[in-house]
Write a protein that binds this ligand. Structure first.
Ligand code: SF4
Length: 282
């Protein structure tokens, strides 16, 4: 009887010991991740001009297998000038630690020349558009600018050091800036069908009810991508329900809605390599 009781007591102690150990291990793992597993953002030396910004981003891609393809800088400068600047740039999707040298357009110059930086902060977002993941970093703007000016390592050197394997050419597009880029002059008959292009001003004015006939929408029977896509993401940015830009190509989604022909036309017009083709429905 006594022997049975002793055996049961030992068994209980072993079980309790196991549970406590598992709890401690779990706590240690959480603490380890908190201390060493957080994504890291490095400001690097850009090899572009004064509208360019280079950075490095490292994260645990085994835990978070996302592809990051967009960066956003937001200056909050309540007591200085300008009081706010918001710039965004997209780049080829990266699925492991990487460095990138992106172009933010003229808006970035406003950040570099901002004055009255007391209480000014810089927020940085690194975004995976497909996975809907955003990592945020925040620092004093003075610290941001000091680090930017003192940076010595380029994105290429960063990638060499961290072993990023570039699987495709990197193309960038400035997608948002407070200051619009001028529309490039061209003698080609083809031009971007956007509201700020004088060539299409009347068309957009008509759409807004300014008196001329509005452009009629149409359905599309078939849309496809020919060879030559440079995975710039422009089409997906315009019509994500139809265009799916993958790691090295662009494909049409199987359930793509083909009733908004004007939007498909807009994507085709915006495609820098003109590989988006479609047939109108009868
Ligand atoms: S199809 Fe054209 S717009 Fe779309 S990703 Fe490819 S190159 Fe860019």
């Amino acid at each position: 009887m006594n022997t049975t009781l002793i055996a049961m007591g030992i068994a209980c102690l072993v079980v309790v010991g196991l549970i406590v150990n598992l709890g401690v291990l779990s706590l240690l793992s959480g603490a380890f991740h908190f201390l060493f597993g957080q994504p890291k953002f490095d400001i690097l030396k850009s090899e572009g001009g004064d509208t360019s910004f280079a950075f490095g981003f490292r994260w645990n891609n085994a835990r978070e297998p996302a592809k990051f393809d967009k960066i956003r800088l937001r200056l909050f400068n309540p007591f200085g000038s300008p009081s706010q600047v918001d710039v965004v740039s997209e780049f080829g999707a990266k699925d492991s630690d990487f460095g990138a040298d992106v172009n933010f357009g003229p808006g970035f110059k406003d950040i570099l020349s901002a004055s009255g930086l007391d209480n000014s902060t810089m927020e940085i977002e690194v975004v995976s558009q497909k996975s809907g993941i955003t990592h945020y970093f925040k620092m004093k703007t003075r610290k941001f600018l000091e680090t930017y000016r003192a940076a010595e390592q380029t994105a290429t050197e960063f990638n060499d050091k961290h072993g990023y394997v570039k699987t495709k050419p990197v193309y960038q597009s400035v997608t948002q800036s407070f200051i619009a880029d001028a529309i490039p002059e061209s003698d080609k008959p083809k031009a971007l069908r956007i509201a700020s292009n004088p060539m299409f001003a009347a068309e957009f004015a008509a759409g807004a009810g300014a008196g001329e006939a509005a452009v009629e929408n149409f359905s599309v029977a078939k849309v496809w991508i020919e060879d030559g896509c440079i995975v710039c993401n422009a089409c997906e940015g315009i019509f994500p329900e139809v265009f799916d830009v993958t790691e090295d190509n662009c494909v049409i989604r199987p359930d793509a809605p083909l009733i908004d022909g004007l939007k498909i036309l807009e994507a085709a017009e915006a495609c820098p390599t003109e590989v988006i083709k479609f047939d109108k429905a009868n």
